[in-house]
Design a protein around this ligand. Structure first.
Ligand code: SAM
Ligand code: FES
Length: 347
């Protein structure tokens, strides 16, 4: 194990079999070594700084029906909402005052946010706050749409690949969704000059160690600028309601592995991690993550963007979330900075 971990730290690449054994044969000692090397790699590039992204959850209306997701279209218990362009701009303005220099617009695949509406919002944010980056996380769209939004000023796009195994993908999604299209979207985004984020859930139903090894190999070869991973957490109104949540331990372990694959990658310690463990986000940062994404959505819609049960930060005002995370990071020896938080250099 130690040999594989050192090889990863030095060459940033392993075979599928090596990634798999890194997962199946992990123990306390190997976890410690992996974490130490990941934290060292992160410190050499990003010091003790943590980047923040202001997350604006623009709509929970979705045409998709991903089996794991609490806002899937089949969930009739979900109270739907959509923010107006003015409301979204107000969230960004408030966020700017709180020190955010990146805004992430995330939502279900809601046809209201066609190119003109979404492009208009991106343009307005960029005009008003030219020193900020805009990240979109609005699901699968056509190449033309991605191109248009890029021309409107969008800098980054987050689209988790969810799983790099097409058979596993088919077990997590309805038949009208396809692994091939998701991969095409990711390559379109890359070709159009976005900084791209992929990612996956840890402990999703039917996931095997081999699947995770495939995810890691995909991350290695795709070379994303960002990589979002968090534990799967069941939602009571989905077909996966009775499946167990992913663990903090394995999520943090994989954060360390990803840091060693791409030392420069922007790696969030996710809200899902903070939901399965009150200190989950701190543990993520201490495993090699360097980004947190406090919520900037209006408080009256927070509870409605419930992707999984018991999601945290649904009652606090934006300023409180920002403050809370700052304090949490300081306690672990890290510091949130006012910065666009671009990748230090391409990996
Ligand atoms: N519609 C956009 C998309 O599909 O990329 C953005 C919103 S989608 C809800 C954002 C991410 O939430 C998904 O990529 C998925 O990995 C994560 N997610 C959804 N349901 C989840 C669950 N039950 N547990 C943990 N993460 C979940
Ligand atoms: Fe559309 Fe989850 S099914 S955002």
């Amino acid at each position: 194990m130690k040999g594989i971990i050192r090889k990863l730290a030095e060459t940033h690449s392993l075979s599928l079999e090596e990634y798999e054994s890194l997962i199946t044969e992990r123990n306390d000692e190997s976890s410690r070594l992996l974490r130490e090397l990941a934290v060292k790699a992160r410190r050499e590039i990003y010091g003790n700084t943590v980047y923040i992204r202001g997350l604006i959850e623009v709509s929970n209306i979705c045409r998709n029906d991903c089996l794991y997701c609490g806002i899937r279209r089949s969930n009739l218990n979900c109270e739907r909402y959509r923010l107006t362009p003015d409301e979204i701009l107000e969230c960004a303005d408030e966020g700017y005052g709180l020190g955010f220099r990146t805004f992430v617009l995330q939502g279900g695949e809601d046809s209201y946010f066609g190119d003109e509406v979404l492009g208009g919002i991106v343009r307005e944010i960029k005009t008003k706050h030219p020193d900020c980056a805009v990240t979109l996380s609005m699901g699968e769209r056509s190449r033309e749409s991605y191109r248009y939004l890029r021309e409107c000023g969008a800098d980054r796009y987050l689209l988790r690949h969810e799983t790099a195994d097409s058979e596993h993908y088919a077990k997590l999604h309805p038949s009208e969704m396809s692994y091939d299209n998701r991969m095409k979207c990711l390559s379109d985004l890359r070709e159009l000059g976005y900084q791209v984020g992929c990612g996956f859930m840890v402990g999703s139903p039917f996931q095997t160690a081999k699947n995770l090894a495939e995810d890691l190999k995909f991350v290695e070869t795709f070379k994303p600028e960002m990589c979002g991973i968090g534990p799967f957490i069941p939602h009571k109104d989905t077909p996966f309601r009775d499946y167990p949540a992913g663990t903090v331990e394995l999520t943090c372990y994989l954060l360390s592995v990803i840091r060693l694959i791409h030392p420069f990658v922007l790696l969030p310690s996710t809200t899902a991690l903070g939901t399965v463990d009150p200190l989950g986000r701190e543990k993520g940062i201490m495993s090699g993550a360097n980004v947190v994404m406090p919520n900037l959505s209006p408080v009256n819609v927070r509870k409605k963007y419930e992707l999984y049960d018991n999601k945290i930060c649904t009652g606090e005002e934006s300023a409180q979330c920002r403050e809370c995370l700052s304090n949490r990071m300081l306690k672990t020896g890290y510091e949130i900075v006012i910065d666009r938080g671009d990748i230090k250099r391409s990996v």
